[in-house]
Design a protein around this ligand. Structure first.
Ligand SMILES: [Zn+2]
Length: 109
């Protein structure tokens, strides 16, 4: 399961960064095209956090819209779908963001 692996990775990173502190909150930035389900990530996060210093931590997910660069005219295009067409009519788009998953913030006590 895609989300389980991601959740395991997030827990590994935040618990390592926290050291002996307890993780209370994690803010995750997820691209709209990362193709993960927020509910599923929440569930897996809770499961993976059990028994670690991130147990009971709150996970917040921020969705980031996709952006692409048009290779034909150089314009930046905001995309809601993992494909699209530039205003110039070209579909030759290079992804800039949209499929990334990163830890934006974390809080420890
Ligand atoms: Zn264009």
């Amino acid at each position: 399961m895609h989300e389980l692996g991601i959740a395991q990775e997030i827990i590994a990173i935040v618990t390592e960064r926290a050291g002996i502190a307890r993780v209370t909150r994690v803010v995750l930035e997820v691209g709209k095209h990362a193709l993960i389900l927020p509910d599923s990530i929440q569930f897996c996060f809770g499961l993976c956090a059990e028994g670690t210093s991130a147990e009971g931590a709150k996970l917040e997910i921020l969705e980031v819209p996709g952006r692409a660069l048009c290779r034909a005219c150089g314009a930046e295009v905001a995309l809601e779908e993992p494909f699209g067409t530039c205003v110039c009519g070209s579909t030759d788009l290079q992804w800039l963001t949209g499929d990334e998953i990163k830890i934006k913030e974390m809080e420890v006590i």
